[in-house]
Design a protein around this ligand. Structure first.
Ligand code: HEC
Length: 190
């Protein structure tokens, strides 16, 4: 049998990988198991019905301050966004009335004209924002900045204070435009 260099390298790589795999399923020797605290800090969800929302509360006025300090650099002073990278958060463009987003994808989708639940808005901000320091806001701060954005979108009054019960009872303006996706295929596809 003629042994080609490529065959030798392939065998060598296979031997190295198999050896490393045998040493505890960490073929590249990188990383470490996540600690309980690290998992707990990321393992939180708030469902549309409010399940999983933490205790806490915050006012529109408190949220405005947080927004100005931590959000304007990307989303603009009034939440108008900085296209194309940073989405608009506020604005009820009259073109959005009638919900024509499927026909005209260029219409900006904001919290006021597109977001179906206030509870998941809280969840999103808590888990992901501010982009460069996600997870850094306290629960009270997330309630407050959620309140500010909802007030800026004319969903709640400027004097409002939000907690978990208030978020659950709040009906977003276009919630009824969303239907549960219960398709199973075939004739069910709408
Ligand atoms: C460094 C830039 C940056 C900062 C600071 C920042 N964001 Fe964002 N934000 C983004 C980007 C980028 C997205 C879009 C992410 C995506 O679509 O995956 C986003 C998306 C969002 C969305 C979802 C918009 C939508 O309708 O899809 C919300 C709500 C939001 N940010 C709120 C905030 C709040 C509140 C703060 C301040 C506490 C904040 N952001 C700070 C960059 C930023």
């Amino acid at each position: 049998m003629i042994v080609r260099p490529a065959m030798v390298s392939a065998c060598l790589i296979a031997t190295i990988v198999a050896g490393a795999w045998a040493q505890g399923h960490r073929p590249y020797g990188l990383g470490r198991p996540a600690t309980e605290e690290e998992i707990a800090s990321l393992n939180h969800d708030a469902a549309p019905d409010g399940e999983g929302l933490p205790p806490g509360r915050g006012s529109v006025a408190q949220g405005q301050l947080i927004y100005q300090q931590q959000c304007t650099s990307c989303h603009g002073p009034r939440g108008e966004g900085v296209p194309p990278a940073y989405p608009a958060l506020t604005g009820r463009d009259p073109k959005g009335e009638g919900f024509p987003f499927g026909r005209d994808p260029k219409i900006p989708r904001t919290i006021g004209n597109y977001w179906p639940y206030a509870t998941t808005l809280f969840d999103y901000i808590r888990r992901a924002m501010p982009l460069t320091a996600s997870g850094a806001l306290t629960n009270d701060q997330v309630y407050a900045v959620t309140a500010y954005l909802l007030a800026a979108d004319q969903v709640i009054p400027m004097t409002a204070v939000l907690d978990s019960a208030a978020l659950v009872s709040l009906k977003m303006p276009y919630r009824d435009r969303f239907v549960p996706d219960n398709r199973r295929g075939g004739n069910d596809v709408k």
